[in-house]
Write a protein that binds this ligand. Structure first.
Ligand SMILES: [Zn+2]
Length: 196
């Protein structure tokens, strides 16, 4: 599925989601995705991170409440909590969206300097990519995450075109990673870093 169709599905689901979220999101996505697709997407994501100069790592002491991943643009690191492969893949795509926005700062600066719009963008990009790769149409938890930040419904609309472009950029890169040599194994590391 292409990104435009993925966003149509995502936004249709978003329009049906009640906006009465308390902001605390515990990701609990049913793993109804083909495992091979997820594994390939995970490997390609790690390969893309390498390509843009980021290293994907597991953090042994990952103890940031309610967070399953974070990235540090200064250390060029993406930290992913060890968990279900589907959630790890969704999370690495989310962090890659942050990273790519920072790399193309001149285009996506608003997604870098504004935390709310940055989080909305990263999760919408990750969810649309999951949908586009045919893995899952279950994007409810991603939509809850987006709505928790986009309380009035304005923030998403204000950066919608940037979000879709960012998703297309990322899909283009991931599609080109077919020959990835990355085996998907990432090392553990301890580091203190900010949350994103
Ligand atoms: Zn984030």
């Amino acid at each position: 599925m292409n990104i435009d169709n993925a966003f149509t599905l995502l936004e249709n689901s978003m329009s049906r989601m009640p906006r009465e979220n308390d902001g605390i999101i515990l990701l609990n996505v049913p793993n109804d995705v083909n495992g091979d697709v997820i594994h390939e997407l995970w490997k390609r994501s790690c390969c893309l991170a390498d390509y843009i100069g980021y290293k994907v790592q597991h953090e042994d002491d990952f103890n940031i409440p309610n967070h399953v991943g974070c990235f540090d643009p200064h250390k060029r690191s993406i930290f992913i909590k060890k968990q279900d492969k589907y959630l790890m893949t969704l999370t690495v795509l989310h962090e890659l969206a942050h990273a790519l926005a920072h790399i193309s700062y001149h285009t996506y600066w608003y997604l870098c300097v504004d935390r709310i719009r940055g989080e909305i963008a990263a999760e919408a990009v990750a969810a649309s990519l999951m949908v586009s790769y045919g893995g899952s149409e279950n994007v409810d938890d991603s939509i809850k995450y987006i709505i928790a930040y986009d309380k009035d419904g304005y923030a998403y609309k204000s950066v919608r075109s940037k979000i879709i472009n960012l998703a297309k950029d990322l899909k283009f890169c991931l599609d080109g990673s077919m020959a990835s040599k990355h085996d998907g194994d990432v090392v553990s590391s301890q580091s203190s870093l900010g949350v994103a």
